[in-house]
Design a protein around this ligand. Structure first.
Ligand code: CP
Length: 310
């Protein structure tokens, strides 16, 4: 079975095909709020298995699958037998025995989705594994950018803040670079991985220097739950140096657009004044594009190369 585990599973033609399909789903979703549901996944079952909290990814996968006509089971992990000690693999193998067509998984361990894909007979979609990858987030970000700018080739995109703990950063660096964007990483030395200079990006430890000439400023959530508390002296100090407000945004290109994968820490990595200004912020577009991008991924996993239902 094909899986979608990493941004590296795509190549430019495959990514463009998914974006074209997603554009069709955006039009469908905007017309009559996605009704009637499509039948591309009629009779198929999608299982959502989220071992970490989620608002956007979990609900958009559920909505996406339903709009394609699939049956959806969203497992409340805290109410499942995981709370009795059942392992990830045993949980997945048990669900696999019920013959789902797609398993969407989020887990705190890097590599969890890949491991699972080797144990089950259905397609596996990585909805975020530790700090490793979040490929559907990168796809929806690419979709949002293509709709805002027409093409990401030649854009300079700054990914800012807590790069070290960010699966969004890793997937976006891979996909945006593959599609011809120049990607910069900006953050304090404690929050930029030591090997980041080998990611094919320019690395900056100063917001003013890094933002100069950028078309897009993608802010990342400060992931306090993944750090030992002593990496950031205080969130107030973090905002002063690294939080995006009007003053810092003015260092980027005039007309630069702002992104954030959510959830946002307002007043920590981004100021509400910037986040809520729809003339610069793409954040709500990103949420809308999440449904269409995930519809495209689920549909692609359900279709054969000739376009027939698999
Ligand atoms: N962007 C993102 O993955 O959000 P959730 O954690 O709410 O799914």
């Amino acid at each position: 079975r094909p899986h979608f585990l990493s941004a590296g599973d795509l190549n430019p033609p495959a990514a463009l095909a998914l974006l074209d399909l997603a554009d069709e789903f955006v039009a469908h979703n905007r017309a009559m709020d996605g009704r009637p549901t499509l039948d591309l996944m009629a009779g198929r079952t999608v299982v959502n298995l989220f071992f970490e909290n989620s608002t956007r990814t979990s609900s958009s996968f559920e909505i996406a699958a339903k709009r394609l006509g699939a049956d959806v089971v969203t497992m409340p992990v805290t109410a499942s037998s995981v709370s009795k000690g059942e392992t990830l693999i045993d949980t997945a193998v048990t669900l696999n025995a019920m013959k789902p067509d797609v398993l969407v998984i989020r887990h705190s361990a890097s590599g969890a989705a890949d491991l699972l894909s080797q144990k089950v007979g259905c397609a596996v979609v990585n909805a975020g594994d530790g700090r490793h990858e979040h490929p559907t987030q990168a796809l929806l970000d690419l979709l949002s950018l293509r709709r805002a700018f027409g093409d990401v080739g030649g854009l300079t995109i700054a990914i800012c803040g807590d790069i070290a703990h960010s699966r969004v950063a890793r997937s976006n660096v891979a996909l945006l670079s593959m599609m011809g964007a120049r990607v910069r990483l900006i953050g304090p030395p404690t929050l930029v991985p030591g090997d980041a200079d080998r990611w094919g990006c320019e690395v900056f430890h100063d917001m003013r220097e890094g933002l100069e000439g950028c078309d897009v400023v993608m802010m990342l959530r400060l992931q306090l739950e993944r750090m030992a508390g002593d990496l950031v002296p205080s969130t107030r100090e973090y905002f002063r140096f690294w939080g995006l407000d009007r003053e810092k945004l003015a260092w980027a290109k005039p007309g630069a657009r702002v992104m954030h994968p959510g959830p946002m820490n307002r007043g920590v990595e981004i100021d509400s004044d910037v986040a809520d200004d729809l003339s610069v912020s793409l954040i709500q577009d990103q949420v809308e594009m999440g449904v269409a991008a995930r519809m495209a991924v689920l549909a692609a996993l359900s279709l054969r190369n000739d376009g027939a239902v698999r």
